[in-house]
Design a protein around this ligand. Structure first.
Ligand code: ADP
Ligand code: ZN
Ligand code: ZN
Length: 703
């Protein structure tokens, strides 16, 4: 580590340094503040400075800021303290933060302090010193160098992909490969190259808790290397330690979720974004950044390769990777791996036409699974194979209903129903968390006969256990896995063959390497076909492809693997493409629609969101925001009228949004930048009339 700054003798003339401190967007403070330091401080140095009556953590950004107010040095306060022993944050890191702040319309201070480990701000001098000592000890112990693991012989596809990856290009790579085509093996080989060259590797996954398998695989492959993870499941101390190991160059490989894109790494040589289409890469509150997009930016900035991998890329990435001759942007290099490794083949898709099945008598609900599908599952049970039944709705039933007076279990605080959870006999709001015991009788009319309407995973599990008494039925969803370790336990019992039929939400569709599953069924996938969000179809297609990938992973059973779709719309083009596992065809359909509708990737969007005590107040602010910036919006900017959000009230707060669209990304950003101070000002004025919060969401994922 470099000598600490305080070792320097103080110099005669104090220098002026620009320090970025945490300041909420709404404070209007967008750049660094000026302080005095007795000695020069390198940019990137972490310091503590007085701010108002507090002392806060900040990062030295620059030493001369021409735009700063011309304060005389007598008016400037001195830096209170320099965090000793911490190397300055590198220039590329600061540039990344600067870009992220300006692109996602947040203050530099908020962005900077958000991505630093919280403990860096909280520890006092002695605690900090102790941490550094512990770190030093850790660094002394080199990880055990185990013998080199045996590597599989690469498939031809993998070889080709790796050859392309070795070629010099400054374009990002899109590795488009079916589930089980061996993408991870490609990441690992490319990572090996970087490690051999003395570089660090950043591997990103959407949800690290769901992928302990990847962690194990990486650890096994690179035994002898220091591998650290960075995600929200770590304790603050672990997070600081792993971050420091990365920042000081002592960690070779960082495995992390979206936040890890901001990890300072002095020797970074490769970034991998696995399942790049996954919405988890977009932060949904505060600074709403896309870690996938920032990874691409960072790779360009640091002149290193980035691999985006997926079986079903986001349409944005797909469009970027599509050659110009095929109507794409040709900005990425596309690597294709269509076949599964070995004899693994994708399951046969069976579209089960529900319109041909007689409707149940009035007052009766249809059986959860059509007879044909049930029969197919019974066959699996007899053969000792497993089935996965997908239903993307947790709880027992989405609503309780009184047939006498029409009462429904609404949430008093949200515009949503409360879900009936039978296990603990509660009515729970999935939006605000409001929970009550299930009433014995209708709260409005006293009728004792209130009934669940519809079906969630809990009910499906119960019903399947009833219809299939010979089967062991299990369930994995957010309710089951609330407790630490519960998910791992459930997965282990599936792997051990202790479950015949597994009911689950999308949680189980992702990444798991189930060996004995030969049937996957989506029992209610139609809702996404008609959702108001233009990305719903894209997400549904990805989910179904991913779910299908859970079946037939073992060559032994792959031959008779099936993916069942229960649908009232059997001829829908989405299912037609799914039947052939033809992502390219699906993407082409979607791109055509998007182009006609002027939606991403053919246009850039931003969403101005507002939350207020009343819907009128929320919309009033948005209307004002639009009017006041009308003059800034040239012909390239289209501002839509404000509307309530799909769930307009959550926890007694009304929400509205206003879409801003442009065919030119740069024009959109310029507009947002110019509008920001006006909106800030207007928001201040609207506080009294009930505005609570507002934010700009650039490249929003939820519409
Ligand atoms: P993906 O990431 O595309 O889903 P994986 O890399 O996880 O695919 O590969 C699927 C399975 O095939 C894994 O069990 C992996 O160990 C195995 N595998 C990958 N590449 C090879 C290869 N070249 N030869 C044999 N097995 C392989
Ligand atoms: Zn009633
Ligand atoms: Zn609620």
């Amino acid at each position: 580590m470099p000598p600490s700054h305080s070792d320097h003798p103080p110099e005669v003339a104090p220098c002026r340094v620009g320090v970025v401190v945490e300041a909420p967007q709404h404070s209007g403070l967008l750049g660094p503040l000026d302080y005095l330091s007795p000695q020069p401080l390198s940019a990137g140095t972490v310091v503590r400075v007085p701010l108002g009556r507090r002392v806060v953590t900040g990062v030295v950004w620059d030493t001369t800021d021409e735009q700063a107010e011309p304060l005389s040095e007598a008016q400037l306060k001195p830096v209170a303290e320099v965090l000793t022993g911490l190397p300055p944050l590198p220039a590329a890191w600061r540039q990344l933060i600067q870009f992220a702040a300006s692109y996602y319309q947040r203050s530099l201070g908020e962005m900077t302090l958000m991505v630093l480990p919280p403990e860096l701000r909280q520890l006092d001098d002695t605690q900090w010193g102790r941490r550094l000592k512990r770190l030093d000890k850790l660094i002394q112990q080199t990880p055990d160098a185990a013998q080199a693991p045996e590597l599989p012989t690469l498939t031809e596809q993998q070889q080709q992909a790796l050859e392309a990856l070795a070629a010099a290009t400054d374009k990002p790579f899109l590795l488009w490969g079916s589930t089980g085509s061996g993408k991870t093996e490609v990441y690992l080989r490319q990572a090996q190259r970087a490690l051999d060259a003395g570089q660090q590797v950043l591997m990103m996954v959407p949800e690290i808790n769901l992928t302990p398998q990847l962690e194990a695989r990486v650890a096994e492959r690179f035994a002898g290397r220091r591998i650290v993870s960075l995600h929200s499941g770590l304790t603050p101390a672990q997070r600081l330690r792993n971050w420091l190991l990365a920042h000081t160059g002592h960690a070779d490989l960082i495995l992390g979720t979206r936040l890890s894109v901001f990890t300072p790494m002095p020797r970074l040589g490769l970034i991998v974004v696995d399942e790049e289409h996954d919405p988890s890469y977009k932060q949904q509150d505060g600074a709403r950044y896309s870690a996938r997009d920032l990874a691409v930016y960072r790779a360009r900035l640091e002149r290193i390769p980035v691999i985006l991998g997926s079986a079903t890329p986001s349409l944005e990435s797909w469009y970027n990777a599509l050659p110009v001759s095929e109507g794409g942007a040709g900005r990425y290099v596309r690597l294709v791996m269509p076949a599964r490794v070995g004899d693994g083949i994708m399951p046969t898709v069976r579209i089960l036409d529900l319109t041909r099945i007689p409707k149940p008598l009035p007052g009766h609900s249809p059986p959860p699974l059509a007879a044909e599908l049930l029969h197919a599952i019974e066959q699996r049970i007899e053969r000792g194979e497993q089935s996965l039944v997908l239903l993307n709705r947790r709880g027992y039933a989405p609503v309780l209903h009184c047939s006498d007076c029409g009462w429904k279990s609404g949430c008093p605080h949200c515009s949503a129903w409360r879900v009936f959870h039978k296990a603990d006999r509660t009515l729970r709001c999935h939006h605000c968390g409001f929970t009550e015991r299930v009433p014995r009788a209708c709260p409005d009319c006293g009728n004792q006969d209130i009934a669940p309407v519809g079906r969630g995973t809990e009910r499906l599990e119960e019903q399947l256990a009833e219809i299939l008494p010979q089967a062991r039925v299990g369930r994995i969803d957010a309710d089951v896995t609330k407790h630490k370790g519960a998910l791992e336990e459930q997965l282990a019992s599936v792997h051990a063959g202790e479950v015949d039929v597994l009911v689950g939400t999308q949680m189980v569709a992702k990444g798991h390497d189930f060996r004995r599953i030969t049937l996957v069924a989506a029992v209610n996938p139609d809702a996404a076909l008609f959702a108001s969000d233009f990305r719903a179809a894209e997400r549904q297609f990805a989910l179904l492809m991913q779910a299908a990938g859970r079946a037939g992973r073992d060559a032994e059973v792959a031959g008779h693997s099936e993916m069942w779709i229960q649908t009232y719309h059997p001829t829908h083009p989405l299912y037609a493409a799914l039947r052939r596992y033809d992502y390219a065809d699906f993407a082409a359909q979607q791109l055509k629609e998007r182009e006609m509708a002027g939606l991403p990737p053919y246009a850039s969007l931003a969403m101005l969101r507002a939350e207020a005590k009343t819907q009128e107040a929320a919309q009033h602010f948005l209307k004002q925001a639009a009017e006041l910036t009308q003059a800034l919006a040239d012909t390239q900017i289209l501002v839509y009228p404000p509307v309530p959000t799909p769930i307009q009230r959550v926890a007694n707060v009304e929400r509205a949004q206003m879409m801003i669209e442009s065919t030119h990304r740069v024009a959109l950003l310029r507009f947002l930048q110019a509008a920001q101070p006006i909106w800030l000002d207007e928001a201040q004025k609207n506080r009294r009339s009930g505005l609570i919060r507002w934010a700009v969401d650039v490249d929003p994922l939820a519409i």
